[in-house]
Design a binder for this molecule. Sequence first.
Ligand code: 13P
Length: 266
Amino acid sequence: MRKKLVVGNWKLHGSLVENEKLLDEIATQLKDLRNIDCGVCLPYPYLFQAQRKLANTSILWGAQNVSQFLAGAYTSSVSAKMIADFGCSFAIVGHSERRSYSHESNQKAVIRIKRAVDAGITPIYCVGETLAEYGLGQTKKIIEAQILAIFGLDAITLSRAKAVGLVVAYEPVWAIGTGHAAQPAQAQMVHHFIRALIAQHDADFAEKVRIIYGGSLTPVNACSLLIMPDIDGGLVGHSALNALTFKAICEMAAHTHELCEGISCD
Ligand code: 13P
């Protein structure tokens, strides 16, 4: 049984003052949740603040990216070792906003995966098709290329990726920030497809890997998605900026079967 994971991606939001309040609220709201891993990924400058606020809580924290470089003359880059210094458990890698605004390719994303796992950080590797690709029926083709890129990594890195519990986030680009989440059956189909692709290389990894869903996840649609057998949690944007909506999603993930039984899957 895979433990559910819900991670908030704060994107380009927050300030020292706002974070102080939101981190306190999240720590308070989530303190009694069991059988689930919850975390927040903040902008780099606030990782120290997250470490200070969350160190004695069950809430994990992470970065929204990590450099493909180890060290050197790479202005503005932040290395895996640096984010590890701030106690990060996670680094998001290959988010579609990075892919589209910063032209991050699958190849660069997997180097970032390598940097993260070498530093003991769990990468949350984002995959997903654009609206145009979805419209052309290319979802599986795009996802396949994104997932198979992982298996171009060397054997030592792959075994480290397994050891740190690499997470895959299926985030259909057309669902991000649009208010139109994927239909549960459609998301389940893609999650199952991802697991089957991983199983072709490593059946044990496929069984253990957490594949979480992201894209307009809210307390209203979370149950119907989180109850799907291959959806192991969520990567939450907008709804993670409010402690109550974030808590509601985490709670549904932690108690899917009690809270979500009988919820329509259509
Ligand atoms: P929204 O939940 O705001 O759609 O964002 C999803 C996302 O991109 C998480 O990484």
